[in-house]
Design a protein around this ligand. Structure first.
Ligand code: UT7
Length: 323
Protein backbone atom coordinates (compact mmCIF):
# COMPACT_ATOMS: atom_id res chain seq x y z
CA UNK A 1 0.00 0.00 0.00
CA UNK A 2 1.10 3.58 -0.67
CA UNK A 3 2.34 5.61 2.30
CA UNK A 4 3.09 9.35 2.33
CA UNK A 5 6.58 9.47 3.82
CA UNK A 6 8.14 12.67 5.21
CA UNK A 7 11.37 13.29 3.29
CA UNK A 8 12.26 16.69 4.75
CA UNK A 9 11.06 19.50 6.98
CA UNK A 10 11.88 23.21 7.09
CA UNK A 11 10.84 26.38 8.91
CA UNK A 12 11.09 30.13 8.60
CA UNK A 13 10.34 32.87 11.13
CA UNK A 14 10.28 36.62 10.54
CA UNK A 15 13.42 38.59 11.47
CA UNK A 16 11.73 40.70 14.15
CA UNK A 17 11.24 39.22 17.61
CA UNK A 18 8.74 40.79 19.98
CA UNK A 19 9.25 39.87 23.64
CA UNK A 20 6.52 40.02 26.30
CA UNK A 21 8.15 43.14 27.79
CA UNK A 22 7.67 44.91 24.44
CA UNK A 23 3.88 44.95 25.05
CA UNK A 24 4.21 47.04 28.19
CA UNK A 25 3.00 50.51 27.26
CA UNK A 26 1.10 49.18 24.21
CA UNK A 27 -1.63 47.41 26.24
CA UNK A 28 -2.27 46.86 29.96
CA UNK A 29 -0.33 43.62 30.43
CA UNK A 30 2.84 42.17 31.91
CA UNK A 31 5.48 39.56 31.14
CA UNK A 32 4.34 37.74 34.29
CA UNK A 33 0.68 37.49 33.16
CA UNK A 34 1.56 36.28 29.65
CA UNK A 35 4.16 33.76 30.84
CA UNK A 36 2.02 32.32 33.63
CA UNK A 37 -1.23 32.09 31.65
CA UNK A 38 0.20 30.91 28.33
CA UNK A 39 3.88 29.92 28.53
CA UNK A 40 4.66 32.44 25.75
CA UNK A 41 7.84 34.53 26.19
CA UNK A 42 8.31 35.90 22.69
CA UNK A 43 6.91 35.71 19.15
CA UNK A 44 8.15 36.69 15.66
CA UNK A 45 6.31 39.50 13.88
CA UNK A 46 6.47 39.95 10.09
CA UNK A 47 7.90 43.18 8.67
CA UNK A 48 6.28 44.81 5.65
CA UNK A 49 8.44 42.80 3.21
CA UNK A 50 7.59 39.47 4.87
CA UNK A 51 4.32 37.80 3.86
CA UNK A 52 2.57 34.46 4.17
CA UNK A 53 3.87 33.65 0.66
CA UNK A 54 7.48 34.68 1.32
CA UNK A 55 7.67 32.88 4.68
CA UNK A 56 6.00 29.79 3.21
CA UNK A 57 8.35 29.79 0.24
CA UNK A 58 11.41 30.02 2.51
CA UNK A 59 10.17 27.15 4.69
CA UNK A 60 9.42 25.10 1.55
CA UNK A 61 12.92 25.68 0.15
CA UNK A 62 14.46 24.49 3.44
CA UNK A 63 12.24 21.39 3.47
CA UNK A 64 13.26 20.64 -0.13
CA UNK A 65 16.96 21.07 0.76
CA UNK A 66 16.54 18.72 3.75
CA UNK A 67 14.91 16.17 1.41
CA UNK A 68 17.67 16.54 -1.19
CA UNK A 69 15.02 17.52 -3.75
CA UNK A 70 14.25 20.52 -5.98
CA UNK A 71 10.93 22.16 -6.96
CA UNK A 72 11.09 20.11 -10.18
CA UNK A 73 10.49 16.98 -8.05
CA UNK A 74 7.24 18.32 -6.55
CA UNK A 75 3.86 17.98 -8.24
CA UNK A 76 1.48 19.20 -5.49
CA UNK A 77 1.54 22.09 -3.01
CA UNK A 78 -1.04 22.29 -0.23
CA UNK A 79 -0.77 25.43 1.88
CA UNK A 80 -2.63 25.78 5.17
CA UNK A 81 -3.31 29.42 5.98
CA UNK A 82 -5.98 31.79 7.24
CA UNK A 83 -3.90 34.84 6.35
CA UNK A 84 -3.42 34.54 2.57
CA UNK A 85 -1.57 37.24 0.63
CA UNK A 86 -4.74 37.94 -1.35
CA UNK A 87 -8.36 36.80 -1.13
CA UNK A 88 -7.52 35.00 -4.37
CA UNK A 89 -5.59 33.47 -6.08
CA UNK A 90 -4.53 30.90 -3.51
CA UNK A 91 -1.22 31.78 -1.87
CA UNK A 92 -0.06 28.23 -2.65
CA UNK A 93 -0.14 29.17 -6.35
CA UNK A 94 2.00 32.23 -5.64
CA UNK A 95 4.51 30.03 -3.82
CA UNK A 96 4.42 27.62 -6.77
CA UNK A 97 5.39 30.51 -9.07
CA UNK A 98 8.16 31.73 -6.74
CA UNK A 99 9.58 28.21 -6.62
CA UNK A 100 9.74 28.31 -10.43
CA UNK A 101 7.24 25.51 -10.91
CA UNK A 102 5.29 25.47 -14.16
CA UNK A 103 3.92 21.97 -13.59
CA UNK A 104 1.68 20.29 -11.02
CA UNK A 105 -1.05 21.98 -9.00
CA UNK A 106 -1.36 24.02 -5.81
CA UNK A 107 -4.17 25.16 -3.53
CA UNK A 108 -4.86 26.54 -0.04
CA UNK A 109 -6.64 24.81 2.80
CA UNK A 110 -8.34 26.91 5.47
CA UNK A 111 -8.97 25.30 8.84
CA UNK A 112 -7.35 28.00 11.03
CA UNK A 113 -5.09 26.47 13.71
CA UNK A 114 -5.92 22.93 12.56
CA UNK A 115 -4.93 23.85 9.00
CA UNK A 116 -1.68 21.90 8.91
CA UNK A 117 -3.33 18.65 10.05
CA UNK A 118 -6.06 19.18 7.41
CA UNK A 119 -3.44 19.96 4.72
CA UNK A 120 -1.34 16.93 5.64
CA UNK A 121 -4.41 14.69 5.45
CA UNK A 122 -5.42 16.22 2.11
CA UNK A 123 -1.98 15.74 0.56
CA UNK A 124 -1.82 12.18 1.94
CA UNK A 125 -5.07 11.33 0.15
CA UNK A 126 -3.82 12.80 -3.16
CA UNK A 127 -0.58 10.82 -2.88
CA UNK A 128 -2.29 7.58 -1.89
CA UNK A 129 -4.88 8.13 -4.63
CA UNK A 130 -2.09 8.38 -7.21
CA UNK A 131 -2.83 11.99 -8.18
CA UNK A 132 0.65 13.15 -7.19
CA UNK A 133 4.04 11.63 -6.33
CA UNK A 134 5.58 14.28 -4.07
CA UNK A 135 3.87 17.08 -2.18
CA UNK A 136 4.93 20.16 -0.28
CA UNK A 137 2.65 20.67 2.71
CA UNK A 138 3.11 24.13 4.17
CA UNK A 139 1.62 25.99 7.13
CA UNK A 140 2.28 29.71 6.86
CA UNK A 141 0.66 32.59 8.72
CA UNK A 142 0.96 36.33 9.35
CA UNK A 143 -1.62 36.62 12.14
CA UNK A 144 -0.02 39.91 13.25
CA UNK A 145 -1.88 41.49 10.29
CA UNK A 146 -5.33 40.46 11.60
CA UNK A 147 -4.76 41.24 15.29
CA UNK A 148 -6.46 44.08 17.10
CA UNK A 149 -3.33 45.60 18.65
CA UNK A 150 -5.47 47.41 21.26
CA UNK A 151 -7.01 44.17 22.59
CA UNK A 152 -4.77 42.68 25.29
CA UNK A 153 -6.80 39.47 25.41
CA UNK A 154 -5.65 38.48 21.91
CA UNK A 155 -2.70 40.55 20.66
CA UNK A 156 -0.19 39.02 23.10
CA UNK A 157 -1.03 35.44 22.06
CA UNK A 158 -0.19 35.17 18.37
CA UNK A 159 2.92 35.26 16.17
CA UNK A 160 3.99 34.81 12.55
CA UNK A 161 5.96 32.04 10.84
CA UNK A 162 5.94 29.08 8.48
CA UNK A 163 6.84 25.40 8.42
CA UNK A 164 6.83 22.86 5.63
CA UNK A 165 7.25 19.16 4.98
CA UNK A 166 7.97 17.24 1.78
CA UNK A 167 5.86 14.10 1.43
CA UNK A 168 6.71 11.31 -1.00
CA UNK A 169 4.54 8.37 -2.06
CA UNK A 170 6.40 5.16 -1.17
CA UNK A 171 5.40 1.49 -0.96
CA UNK A 172 4.58 0.29 2.56
CA UNK A 173 3.43 -3.00 4.08
CA UNK A 174 0.22 -1.55 5.51
CA UNK A 175 1.20 -1.92 9.19
CA UNK A 176 2.25 0.49 11.94
CA UNK A 177 5.92 -0.25 11.28
CA UNK A 178 5.62 1.53 7.89
CA UNK A 179 7.21 4.93 7.53
CA UNK A 180 4.79 7.73 6.63
CA UNK A 181 1.36 8.99 7.64
CA UNK A 182 -0.32 6.03 9.35
CA UNK A 183 -3.66 7.67 10.02
CA UNK A 184 -5.39 10.94 10.78
CA UNK A 185 -8.64 12.05 12.32
CA UNK A 186 -10.41 15.33 11.48
CA UNK A 187 -13.40 17.06 13.06
CA UNK A 188 -15.26 20.37 12.83
CA UNK A 189 -18.30 21.98 14.42
CA UNK A 190 -19.51 25.34 13.13
CA UNK A 191 -21.74 26.00 16.12
CA UNK A 192 -18.72 27.43 17.96
CA UNK A 193 -18.03 30.14 15.34
CA UNK A 194 -18.52 33.14 17.67
CA UNK A 195 -15.87 31.94 20.13
CA UNK A 196 -13.01 32.45 17.65
CA UNK A 197 -13.47 34.24 14.35
CA UNK A 198 -12.39 37.20 12.20
CA UNK A 199 -15.00 39.97 12.03
CA UNK A 200 -14.66 40.67 8.32
CA UNK A 201 -14.48 39.02 4.92
CA UNK A 202 -15.04 39.55 1.19
CA UNK A 203 -18.66 38.40 1.20
CA UNK A 204 -19.79 40.20 4.36
CA UNK A 205 -18.01 43.41 5.34
CA UNK A 206 -15.77 43.66 2.28
CA UNK A 207 -12.87 44.14 4.70
CA UNK A 208 -10.18 41.83 6.05
CA UNK A 209 -11.36 42.13 9.66
CA UNK A 210 -9.71 41.46 13.00
CA UNK A 211 -9.40 38.32 15.11
CA UNK A 212 -11.92 38.07 17.97
CA UNK A 213 -11.69 35.36 20.62
CA UNK A 214 -13.42 34.39 23.82
CA UNK A 215 -10.26 32.73 25.14
CA UNK A 216 -11.80 31.16 28.20
CA UNK A 217 -14.56 29.54 26.08
CA UNK A 218 -11.99 28.11 23.64
CA UNK A 219 -9.91 26.85 26.55
CA UNK A 220 -12.96 25.06 28.02
CA UNK A 221 -13.38 22.91 24.90
CA UNK A 222 -9.75 22.49 23.85
CA UNK A 223 -8.53 19.57 25.97
CA UNK A 224 -11.64 17.42 25.40
CA UNK A 225 -11.57 18.01 21.63
CA UNK A 226 -7.83 17.32 21.38
CA UNK A 227 -7.98 14.11 23.38
CA UNK A 228 -11.06 13.00 21.38
CA UNK A 229 -9.28 13.12 17.99
CA UNK A 230 -6.00 11.79 19.36
CA UNK A 231 -7.78 8.77 20.83
CA UNK A 232 -9.60 8.24 17.51
CA UNK A 233 -6.29 8.30 15.60
CA UNK A 234 -4.52 6.00 18.09
CA UNK A 235 -7.46 3.59 18.04
CA UNK A 236 -7.52 3.56 14.25
CA UNK A 237 -3.81 2.73 14.06
CA UNK A 238 -4.00 0.24 16.94
CA UNK A 239 -1.32 1.95 19.02
CA UNK A 240 -1.39 3.18 22.60
CA UNK A 241 -0.27 6.55 23.96
CA UNK A 242 2.75 4.82 25.54
CA UNK A 243 3.88 3.77 22.07
CA UNK A 244 4.31 7.39 20.97
CA UNK A 245 7.90 8.68 20.75
CA UNK A 246 7.05 12.38 20.28
CA UNK A 247 3.91 14.40 20.88
CA UNK A 248 3.90 17.54 18.70
CA UNK A 249 0.79 19.52 19.67
CA UNK A 250 -0.59 22.80 18.38
CA UNK A 251 1.21 25.54 20.29
CA UNK A 252 -1.51 27.85 21.63
CA UNK A 253 -1.09 27.63 25.38
CA UNK A 254 1.30 25.54 27.49
CA UNK A 255 -1.49 24.88 30.00
CA UNK A 256 -3.63 23.28 27.26
CA UNK A 257 -0.66 21.20 26.03
CA UNK A 258 0.21 20.01 29.56
CA UNK A 259 -3.41 19.12 30.38
CA UNK A 260 -3.85 17.24 27.08
CA UNK A 261 -0.63 15.25 27.54
CA UNK A 262 -1.59 14.41 31.12
CA UNK A 263 -5.09 13.25 30.10
CA UNK A 264 -3.65 11.13 27.28
CA UNK A 265 -0.97 9.61 29.51
CA UNK A 266 1.94 10.97 27.45
CA UNK A 267 5.12 11.57 29.46
CA UNK A 268 6.29 15.19 29.76
CA UNK A 269 9.69 14.47 28.20
CA UNK A 270 8.01 13.33 24.96
CA UNK A 271 6.16 16.64 24.47
CA UNK A 272 7.64 19.16 22.02
CA UNK A 273 7.06 22.73 23.26
CA UNK A 274 7.82 25.80 21.14
CA UNK A 275 5.00 28.10 22.26
CA UNK A 276 7.52 29.93 24.47
CA UNK A 277 9.46 31.19 21.45
CA UNK A 278 6.81 31.31 18.68
CA UNK A 279 3.51 32.12 20.42
CA UNK A 280 0.45 30.79 18.62
CA UNK A 281 1.27 30.75 14.88
CA UNK A 282 -2.00 29.01 13.90
CA UNK A 283 -1.44 26.65 10.92
CA UNK A 284 2.34 27.15 11.16
CA UNK A 285 2.63 26.00 14.75
CA UNK A 286 2.81 22.22 14.25
CA UNK A 287 5.32 22.28 11.35
CA UNK A 288 7.42 24.90 13.19
CA UNK A 289 7.51 22.58 16.21
CA UNK A 290 8.30 19.59 13.98
CA UNK A 291 11.17 21.47 12.34
CA UNK A 292 12.52 22.45 15.77
CA UNK A 293 12.49 18.88 17.11
CA UNK A 294 14.03 17.47 13.91
CA UNK A 295 16.76 20.14 13.86
CA UNK A 296 17.75 19.53 17.50
CA UNK A 297 17.94 15.77 16.92
CA UNK A 298 14.93 14.70 18.98
CA UNK A 299 12.77 13.36 16.13
CA UNK A 300 14.67 10.70 14.18
CA UNK A 301 13.82 8.31 11.36
CA UNK A 302 11.58 5.51 12.61
CA UNK A 303 10.09 7.50 15.51
CA UNK A 304 6.32 7.50 15.99
CA UNK A 305 5.15 11.12 16.04
CA UNK A 306 1.69 12.26 17.13
CA UNK A 307 0.44 15.63 15.83
CA UNK A 308 -2.69 17.46 16.92
CA UNK A 309 -4.33 20.85 16.61
CA UNK A 310 -7.52 22.67 17.54
CA UNK A 311 -8.81 26.09 16.53
CA UNK A 312 -11.36 28.38 14.92
CA UNK A 313 -14.50 26.82 13.50
CA UNK A 314 -14.12 24.91 15.73
CA UNK A 315 -11.87 22.54 13.83
CA UNK A 316 -9.71 19.87 15.41
CA UNK A 317 -7.59 16.99 14.21
CA UNK A 318 -4.74 14.58 14.88
CA UNK A 319 -2.30 12.61 12.74
CA UNK A 320 0.06 9.76 13.46
CA UNK A 321 3.30 9.72 11.45
CA UNK A 322 6.15 7.20 11.45
CA UNK A 323 9.14 9.49 10.71
O1 UT7 B 1 -5.20 28.38 18.66
C1 UT7 B 1 -6.58 28.42 18.69
C2 UT7 B 1 -7.07 28.06 19.98
N1 UT7 B 1 -6.90 29.14 20.93
C3 UT7 B 1 -6.60 28.80 22.15
O2 UT7 B 1 -6.34 27.66 22.41
C4 UT7 B 1 -6.67 29.85 23.24
C5 UT7 B 1 -7.38 29.27 24.42
N2 UT7 B 1 -7.49 30.16 25.55
C6 UT7 B 1 -6.41 30.50 26.30
O3 UT7 B 1 -5.30 30.13 26.01
C7 UT7 B 1 -6.67 31.29 27.57
O4 UT7 B 1 -8.06 31.30 27.86
C8 UT7 B 1 -6.14 32.74 27.51
C9 UT7 B 1 -4.63 32.74 27.54
C10 UT7 B 1 -6.65 33.41 26.25
C11 UT7 B 1 -6.63 33.52 28.74
O5 UT7 B 1 -6.24 32.85 29.93
P1 UT7 B 1 -7.31 32.63 31.10
O6 UT7 B 1 -6.59 32.01 32.22
O7 UT7 B 1 -8.47 31.89 30.52
O8 UT7 B 1 -7.65 34.11 31.51
P2 UT7 B 1 -9.07 34.86 31.46
O9 UT7 B 1 -9.54 35.03 30.07
O10 UT7 B 1 -9.99 34.20 32.43
O11 UT7 B 1 -8.67 36.27 32.06
C12 UT7 B 1 -8.26 36.42 33.41
C13 UT7 B 1 -8.01 37.89 33.66
C14 UT7 B 1 -9.15 38.80 33.21
O12 UT7 B 1 -9.29 39.83 34.13
P3 UT7 B 1 -10.44 39.79 35.25
O13 UT7 B 1 -11.74 39.73 34.49
O14 UT7 B 1 -10.18 38.56 36.05
O15 UT7 B 1 -10.22 41.06 36.00
C15 UT7 B 1 -8.64 39.35 31.90
O16 UT7 B 1 -9.22 40.61 31.59
O17 UT7 B 1 -6.85 38.32 32.93
C16 UT7 B 1 -7.18 39.51 32.19
N3 UT7 B 1 -6.35 39.53 30.98
C17 UT7 B 1 -5.11 40.03 30.97
N4 UT7 B 1 -4.35 40.59 31.92
C18 UT7 B 1 -3.11 41.00 31.59
C19 UT7 B 1 -6.67 39.08 29.74
N5 UT7 B 1 -5.62 39.27 28.92
C20 UT7 B 1 -4.64 39.87 29.65
C21 UT7 B 1 -3.34 40.31 29.35
N6 UT7 B 1 -2.63 40.87 30.36
N7 UT7 B 1 -2.80 40.19 28.13
Amino acid sequence: MIRSVVRGVGAETPRRIMRNEDFVGLVDTSDEWITQRTGIRQRHIASDDETTASLGEAAARKALAAAGLTPADIDLIVLATSTPNNTFPATAVEIQKHLGMEHGFAFDVQAVCTGFVYALTTADLYLRGGKAKRALVIGSETFSRILDWTDRTTCVLFGDGAGAVVLEAQEGEGGVADRGILTSSLRSDGSHKEKLFVDGGPSTSGTVGKLRMEGKEVFKHAVAMITDVVEAALGDAGVTAEGIDWFVPHQANKRIIDASARKLGIAEEKVVITVDRHGNTSAASVPLALATAVADGRIKQGDLVLLEAMGGGFTWGAALVRW
